[in-house]
Design a protein around this ligand. Structure first.
Ligand code: GLU
Length: 546
């Protein structure tokens, strides 16, 4: 067609912004050499998938490790899926994981000079580039109705041809200016399609920073760039936004690999340099022995909100995400058990190429370790913050006497082999319950090997001999003596050798005490527990257990 420029004005007369103006408004960024500019580009659906953490952490690490910029761009082109407050939800959920943006959408407005950061507000920019492509003969309007496209599909099915709008099936690609003008004047709706010059018998490639070299046949489909309402498709917005925002690294899910050949074509047609691509593996889970994608619909654990509600500490989830993201992370963690996460050098070439298997048991395990090396103070702060929203009873107890709570949380902490009782904050109440009278329940059984007379004797005598000023050794000496006096072996070994000589062993005696004082058979160190409870409370519990 002779006058493509005229066609561009016919189709989008309202779009007057020029490429020169755009280029002036969005100059190259002035950043140190090697600095990465990354972006997270979610749709504002209000749902944050656990899988979103992969690109989010990757982008955050790459940009902040290199002195670059991390952008939040909102892909709000699909109004139907939009949920009010979605940006706030996203920002606050990611903030828990220390994922903070430098630029882009915020809870109120936007920051940065490469905006707008909401795609719907960028219509004039997309149209300017669309007009450039039309003027160069690389895009054309398509008036085909849904019915026409459906017929085309059927024809392709019959002919055993590939699906899509291309070659001989691309009916609107040869319309003359006059034909188009008439349709436009008649108010016929159109979408804008890319005029592909690709040849599927040829291959093209990119070097993905995670997956390595990716070869693919050239795309020959004339994909849609702008929908009939002028809203861009993901593909077109992707190319225009990365260029105008100066994004250097595109980190996204591997579901975009299928349309990558088209993206590469678009960048080339627009004269844009290709960004570095990083296609991140999808999160999978084992379901009855088979691997499948972690599903928003089927799996509650697919939602990031789930981890907060369940009381997983953000630090634990991040530790686990890092083990999935970087294959050398676990080794680094073993060598640096208490180093802050940011000290770890994140590297794209250590990322998993194929699917990442999400394993809840492993997360729980990682979480126990992570929490075990935290200080009691940190645990207290995090539990209290969580309980504020999720467990008012625990919150009230912990805030009424912070020192008492912290002493409880100090048990078995700060030593070489710290205790690993807690995996999630929603386990804390049960764990600390016996320290609070109104949460205390007598759920443990007294050992059957101890007769009720002996039990009574143990409780009575212990009540007299317990002195909270005793050191641990003295205290245990007293328990051993008591055991021996009542006919129990002072050492388990002795009992095992000659069981007929004893009623039981010292362990049975301390079990009676443990059950009486804590209400359970399993507890942390009894000596430490009694110190925190105080002598009066210990004696009261002994009395109540009679
Ligand atoms: N809006 C797209 C998504 O949520 C963004 C993908 C990308 O990062 O390019 O899947």
């Amino acid at each position: 067609m002779a006058d493509y420029k005229k066609l561009a004005d016919l189709l989008y007369p309202e779009a007057t912004l020029t490429i020169e103006e755009i280029e002036k408004k969005y100059p190259a960024r002035n950043l140190p050499e090697g600095a990465c500019v990354t972006r997270l580009a979610p749709s504002p659906t209000g749902f944050v998938h656990l899988g979103n953490l992969f690109p989010a952490v990757t982008c955050e690490r790459l940009s902040h490790q290199s002195g670059g910029t991390f952008i939040l761009r909102i892909e709000d082109t699909d109004q139907k899926r939009e949920v009010e407050g979605a940006v706030e939800i996203l920002l606050s959920s990611l903030k828990r994981y220390n994922i903070i943006f430098d630029e882009g959408a915020t809870a109120d407005g936007e920051v940065g000079s490469y905006g707008p950061y909401y795609q719907r507000q960028r219509a004039d920019i997309y149209k300017a580039y669309a007009k450039k492509l039309i003027a160069e003969g690389r895009a054309y309007p398509c008036f085909c109705s849904e019915e026409r496209l459906e017929e085309m599909r059927k024809e392709q099915e019959q002919n055993k041809d590939n699906f899509g709008y291309y070659g001989k099936y691309a009916a609107c690609s040869n319309l003359s200016y006059e034909e188009i003008e008439e349709k436009v004047k008649n108010g016929e709706k159109f979408v804008l399609r890319f005029r592909s010059q690709g040849d599927p018998s040829k291959t093209d490639h990119i070097d993905d920073l995670i997956k390595g070299r990716l070869e693919f046949p050239e795309n020959d489909i004339d994909h849609v760039m702008l929908k009939s309402d002028g809203i861009p498709t993901y593909h077109f917005a992707h190319s225009v936004d990365e260029k105008t925002m100066g994004v250097t690294h595109v980190v996204r899910g591997e579901e975009w690999l299928a349309t990558l050949p088209f993206h590469v074509q678009l960048f080339k047609a627009l004269g844009f340099p290709l960004p570095h691509y990083m296609h991140v593996a999808q999160l999978m889970k084992l379901d009855n022995g088979t691997k499948r994608k972690l599903s928003k619909r089927k799996d509650p654990e697919a939602s990031l909100a789930y981890y907060y509600e369940q009381g997983f500490s953000a630090g634990s989830v991040m530790e686990y995400i890092m083990t999935l993201l970087n294959s050398n992370f676990e080794e680094w963690r073993i060598a640096n058990p208490t180093a802050p996460l940011d000290d770890f050098k994140f590297s794209p070439d250590k990322m998993s190429i194929s699917g990442c298997l999400f394993d809840m048991d492993k997360l729980i395990d990682v979480s126990r370790n992570t929490i075990s090396v935290m200080t009691a103070e940190d645990v207290y702060e995090q539990v209290t913050a969580w309980a504020k929203d999720n467990d008012s009873e625990l919150y009230d107890k912990f805030t009424a006497d912070p020192d008492y709570a912290k002493r409880i949380l100090s048990i078995g902490r700060g030593c070489e082999k710290p205790r690993k009782d807690i995996a999630k904050w929603n386990e804390v109440k049960a764990y600390v319950s016996f320290f609070y009278d109104d949460l205390f329940t007598q759920s443990g059984e007294f050992p059957e090997t101890v007769s009720s007379e002996d039990k009574l004797e143990i409780l009575n005598r212990y009540s007299e001999l317990y002195d909270e000023n005793d050191d641990q050794e003295t205290w245990f000496g007293k328990v051993t003596n008591l055991a021996e006096e009542l006919g129990f072996a002072p050492k388990t070994k002795l009992y095992k050798k000659n069981p007929e000589l004893y009623k039981g062993h010292v362990g049975d005696v301390s079990m009676v005490l443990r059950v009486a004082i804590t209400g359970r058979r399993n507890s942390p160190d009894l000596y430490e527990i009694m110190k925190i409870l105080g002598a009066d409370k210990v004696k009261e519990r002994l009395e109540n257990a009679k």
